[in-house]
Ligand binder design. Structure first.
Ligand SMILES: [Zn+2]
Length: 250
């Protein structure tokens, strides 16, 4: 799956992988969930066909934190072996030819691109990360380090569990009382949370223009034939990857 909003710019490449029943573990990209490592690595290697052989990959050990990690050196170990990973839930860089990656199966993957200062970021936002405003913290860090202006920044909010399917208890819903339009009550009297729209609201608060945002309507639980859904598949261990890189032109 691709975002239209990024497609007219030749200086970046991005992808959101979909399930493939003919690939190992349905084309899962997760090394941390106990599947055969070589099979997962062969799935990951397929991304090179798209990003090119010169592209490196950065990944993090995602822990539902609000930690933004700066990628300022090339270190493929995390992607190629799962070793040496820093605990973080957002990655930013201004280096070309490094694909920043985020692994999800219901949580919200967010891609950030500043075409003026030339910087990118990726964010993993589940309800805990969303509660901690991790996407706003990633934008702030890009402003601080790269001079990024929110008004220039282009954002893709990827497939995640939608307000249609994400039933939560009050201990979760109560954290989002400032977003009444993103919390609904279902026929069982339980709350349904729309994390994509909360992240979108936080991005607007940060100064991102609504015309610079594309929010995919895809719900991972409704479309679990295309995307891994931890909730719908009752604790599946597969993850799909959302990745974004700036490509340096020779
Ligand atoms: Zn749904």
């Amino acid at each position: 799956m691709r975002f239209k909003i990024f497609e007219n710019d030749n200086s970046i490449k991005h992808i959101v992988t979909e399930k493939n029943p003919n690939a190992g573990y349905g084309f899962s990209m997760a090394l941390h969930t106990g599947e055969d490592k070589e099979t997962i690595l062969s799935n990951r290697l397929k991304l090179s066909e798209y990003f090119g052989d010169d592209c490196h990959y950065a990944t993090a050990l995602q822990t539902h934190s609000d930690v933004v990690h700066v990628i300022d050196t090339i270190d493929d170990r995390g992607w190629e072996s799962g070793e040496g990973l820093v605990e973080a839930d957002a990655l930013i860089t201004n280096l070309p030819n490094i694909a920043l990656t985020v692994l999800t199966a219901d949580c919200v993957p967010i891609l950030l691109y500043d075409p003026i200062s030339k910087a990118i970021g990726v964010v993993h936002a589940g309800w805990r990360g969303t509660q901690q405003r991790i996407v706003a913290k990633a934008i702030s860090k890009m402003q601080e380090l790269y001079g990024t202006k929110a008004s220039d920044t282009i954002v893709g909010i990827g497939p995640s569990i939608g307000g249609c399917c994400y039933e939560v208890g009050s201990e979760v819903a109560d954290n989002f009382s400032e977003y009444p339009e993103s919390v609904s009550t279902n026929s069982n009297g339980k709350s349904q949370l729309d994390l994509k729209s909360i992240n979108r609201a936080q991005l607007l608060d940060s100064g991102i223009k609504s015309v610079h945002m594309e929010v995919t309507p895809i719900c991972t639980a409704c479309q679990s034939d295309r995307f891994f859904s931890y909730r719908k598949e009752q604790g599946c261990s597969g993850r799909f990857v959302s990745a974004l890189a700036m490509i340096s032109t020779p």
